[in-house]
Design a protein. Sequence first.
Length: 341
Amino acid sequence: MPSPSRLLVAALLPVLLVAGCGSEDAGTPTTKAATPLDPIPPGAAAYEIAGAVELADQLPDDSPDLHNVYKLSESIISGGEPHGEDALKKIADMGVKTVLSVDGKVPDQETAAKYGLRYVHVPIQYSGIDVPARLSIAKTFRELEGPFYVHCFHGKHRGPAAAALGRVVLDGATREQAIAEMRQWCGTSAKYAGLYETIARAPLPTAVDTAAIQWQFPAAHEFKGIRHAMIGISRIHDHLKALNGRKWEVDPNHPDLNAANETDQLIGIFKIAKATAESEHKPEDYRGWMKASVEASEALLQTLQEVPTDGGRDQWVESAEAGFDAINDLCNSCHQVYRNN
């Protein structure tokens, strides 16, 4: 009896023959596409299709400060967040000219510029890439200088999805090829079906679409006003609340939720909110709560980064819980005066 994998390939073969003919060998760019390729027809889940394309094995080019690095083509490299100046230098040594971050953390664009790297920041969700983000990412690939290094935090899910979008709109790769690289090389989880479906079947911007939008490729995502910042704060708060409920253990259903990274993002958003003109004109008690929230978040991050390796975990968990409670108390105090009433 044929194996399940052979049955899957047989079932998908008509789809791949129709939509995938002309796909290039892995890692070889083709002529820049004038328009995105047609979506993969309805049928099998995108993740399953991604497993049916045959790719040559490729191992990541890992180093202590740069993880999950995969050269998808001469134009596009996918990987994890660069940790420190040496990592940015390594990226520059690869020949990269533009670094695209789709993580929530504000990039270190000043250090990157020392090595001739231009940063573009387009934060995206794990659930998929929405229309505005697709436009911004496609415009970045079409109009800025490559090669490109594309990253999220770990370089496994959101970053590879953004890189896959580039493979289609810049390199002219088939959608099948692009999602196969996400699954087979970068290790994008099946749990993030929305990322796969975006690349496989969502409408992708044409060159006319991206040329028409006025967007200046910001190196840091610009949160507009306190209310917009609070949306980001609320999202991260929910993630931390869930991790706190698990005693800061990784959730197997959401393996990329890292408590330290989420807290680092929280610090960044609090700082942005605190620095707005709107905040500076608020009463003294409000400004005090914002300042204290930054400090409490920094204290939580320090605790989370000091995970015990030889006992003492219970005490560490209690310290992290207390740190999270301190942030909650500050938020609640501020909300009672400035949001709830």
